[in-house]
Design a protein around this ligand. Structure first.
Ligand code: ADP
Ligand code: MG
Length: 468
């Protein structure tokens, strides 16, 4: 035992937090082990860089104030990654990742001795189907995706158990593929799981090809032998009856063998059309989580992460400008950044606010329709029918209000990426089925009254103009 030993305070801190947090939250984040105490500090080990970043952000100050309360001293907590402690002990690795924290200085033999029982992690190179940069470390967590990201982490750590299958849904460019591959990569790296990642489109193509070449047995074997099957963009399977049938059987085989299955989809399963009922019920089984568009703060954080990853220095005011102007999805956010980086590399100039404004004029100036907010739609539609914006969100059910409301729902569904659940919230806390019902009503009326189409076009134009 060294001169300092704060383990008793650490234990009590955990005890208290365990009582204060929900069981799920505690189990999710307090996968930490006390390692050693230094002068007014405690070193705690965590499983990964992702964990460390998250835990620091979420709990460090709370933990430290508890330690202060309990001990009367300002004890700081330092989080170390288990893997790295191990590497230090064997000093065989040149860890190039920038994980250096203060705790690096602490070479207490106790830490090393204790760490040596951590399981050996095999070094794995590239996975043929997974993108190297789609990792948890590179995935920025915000309000919009924290539930999904936590669930994803839990699945990666314990595949095939609680959250099986898992469906991640949300609009384009919100990180579905990234998150899905992060799960696969971690399970592959840490547990050596056999991962198959494929888009629903390629799954379909391969299946068709296997029929053509009389190789359906090979096809079946391939997919049924996976430890984890990741199928991206299952909305593509709509109308593909035979592929659906095949996937249904693959699903059952894997599920029965307790293998993890993960899907992504651009909308909730309830909104998929032309899908067999039995496959639908399989998708809906297990856990369904959604990704929503990021807030301004999260967009800034994502941009700063992306510049860091590319090793490029872009002034934060420029990043803020992009975050302010590009709100639709992360893919567009990244595209703006790429454009600026390309410009700066070509011209060898640093990107100033002025240059950014000039270079991104097209992107900012002509907002895509999916930049439209629900509020804009509601305001324009309310105005058009001489109603107030609050009427549209109210519970009033008179005809004068309910038709424009349904129209606004319909337009929102058509031109934004929001799910019906989110739209429900925006329309006075209604259920997603109300939105679906509203859209259906408008579709029916559109068939019966061609003039409604003209009204719709007018409204769409007004919404577009409202934004520019
Ligand atoms: P989707 O599959 O939902 O269309 P992707 O997973 O392809 O979206 O994400 C689009 C891009 O945005 C990718 O480059 C991805 O790395 C990035 N991205 C999305 N969400 C995040 C996030 N929370 N943090 C960091 N990058 C993100
Ligand atoms: Mg995708």
């Amino acid at each position: 035992m060294g001169i300092w030993d704060y383990s008793i305070f650490w234990k009590e801190t955990l005890n208290q937090l365990k009582n204060e947090l929900s069981e799920q939250e505690y189990a999710m984040w307090f996968n930490m082990e006390y390692e050693v105490s230094g002068e007014l500090s405690i070193v705690v080990s965590v499983p990964s860089g992702f964990y460390r970043d998250q835990v620091k952000q979420r709990y460090q100050s709370r933990i430290e104030s508890k330690l202060l309360e309990l001990s009367g001293q300002h004890i700081t907590v330092e989080f170390e990654i288990k893997q790295r402690i191990k590497q230090e002990s064997t000093s065989s690795s040149t860890n190039s990742e920038n994980h250096s924290e203060k705790a690096e200085d602490i070479k207490a033999s106790k830490t090393v001795a204790k760490a040596s029982h951590f399981p050996e992690q095999k070094e794995r190179g590239n996975h043929p189907q997974l993108r190297e940069d789609y990792t948890f470390e590179n995935f920025v967590i915000g309000e919009n995706n924290s539930f999904a990201a936590n669930a994803a982490m839990a699945i990666a750590k314990n595949p095939g158990t609680a959250y099986n299958p898992c469906l991640i849904y949300g609009g384009v460019g919100l990180g579905k593929t990234h998150l899905m591959q992060a799960i696969g990569r971690l399970a592959w790296k840490e547990k050596g799981c056999k991962i198959i990642y494929i888009t629903a489109e390629n799954f379909t193509n391969e299946f068709v090809e296997s029929i053509k070449n009389n190789k359906t047995t090979d096809f079946k074997n391939k997919y049924r032998n996976a430890d984890m099957l990741l199928i991206d963009d299952i909305h593509f399977l709509q109308k593909k009856i035979e592929t659906q049938e095949e996937l249904f059987h693959t699903f059952n085989a894997l599920y029965d063998a307790k293998k993890q299955i993960i899907f992504t989809c651009d909308r909730p399963v309830s909104e998929l059309k032309n899908l067999s009922e039995r496959l639908r019920s399989r998708f809906e089984r297990g856990l369904n989580v959604d990704l929503q568009p990021p807030s301004y703060e999260t967009r800034c954080a994502i941009l700063s992460k992306k510049t860091e990853l590319r090793g490029i220095n872009i002034p934060s005011e420029v990043l803020n400008l992009i975050a302010k102007n590009v709100s639709s999805n992360v893919r567009d956010l990244e595209a703006s950044l790429t454009k600026l980086i390309a410009y700066s590399e070509l011209t060898k100039k640093t990107v100033t606010l002025e240059i950014a404004q000039q270079q991104l004029r097209d992107v900012f100036g002509a907002p895509k329709q999916n930049n439209v907010t629900i509020e804009t739609i509601q305001k324009v539609v309310a105005d058009y029918f001489s109603l107030s914006y609050t009427d549209l969100k109210s519970k009033k059910r008179t005809k004068a209000v309910s038709f424009p409301r349904q129209l606004a729902m319909y337009i929102a569904r058509e031109i934004t990426e929001y799910s019906t659940t989110e739209l429900g919230m925006e329309f006075g806390g209604r259920d997603h089925s109300t939105i679906m019902h509203g859209c259906q009503k408008i579709e029916e009326r559109l068939k019966a009254e061609p003039s409604l189409e003209t009204t719709l076009q007018k409204l769409n134009k007004m919404i577009k103009d409202f934004n520019s």
